[in-house]
Write a protein that binds this ligand. Sequence first.
Ligand code: GLP
Length: 239
Amino acid sequence: MKIIIDTKENCAKLAAQEYKKLLNEKPDCILGLATGSTPEDLYKELIAMNNAGEISFKQVKSYNLDEYVGLTGEHPQSYRFFMDDKLFNHVDIDKNNTHVPNGIDIDDEKAAQYDKEIEAAGGIDLQLLGVGNNGHIAFNEPGTALDSVTHVVKLTQSTLEANKRFFDSIDDVPTHAVCMGIKTIMNARKIILMAYGKNKAAAMAKAINGKIDLNVPASILQLHPDCTIYMDQDAASEL
Ligand code: GLP
């Protein structure tokens, strides 16, 4: 694991340079994308670079990590809506090449098809990740199997609590999500994880300094051959 500790602003700028390098080397690369407040600054950097003509997404295919079960792409809290709003609507990507798991009428068998699609596209070149307060990656909650592929998950109480800020009340937070599995994520050729804020500090300390533990899904990234972690001082405060 490569660890970079800098301000939130600089982390976004540095990570954006990794995307610039990849997009220039491989214009038809496959990006694994993430939602949450963490990647928003990075997406702003990518939009600025795209608008300045420094990078192009014209040939890019993207696969998002996860989606809430039961929300259509029109729902403002769906991850499809988020991606359109925060990135896709502002860059030259072909929307037909952007993929977010389908959260409607989904079961494990249908969900696993997402892995097949990713494989058929050539596999993910660069997977972006945030981290949950409990160390989850995507919505892979503590205890998720190492060999899991895209599947339906029941969200833990701690995740429902953390995500209720986006909804009117905790009762409105979907109880399930569909998300890439640990294996899907680990198959990516390169991974970037970003973490900001004190509420991520305990999880990041365990993920980086602890033993590899299925109960801290982010710790499994220690096994990945090319994983860079960008974090601010607060997220690094318990290292
Ligand atoms: C959700 C998402 C994760 C994300 C996490 C942290 O649980 N499924 O992919 O990493 O939230 O979100 P934030 O970046 O807002 O802290």
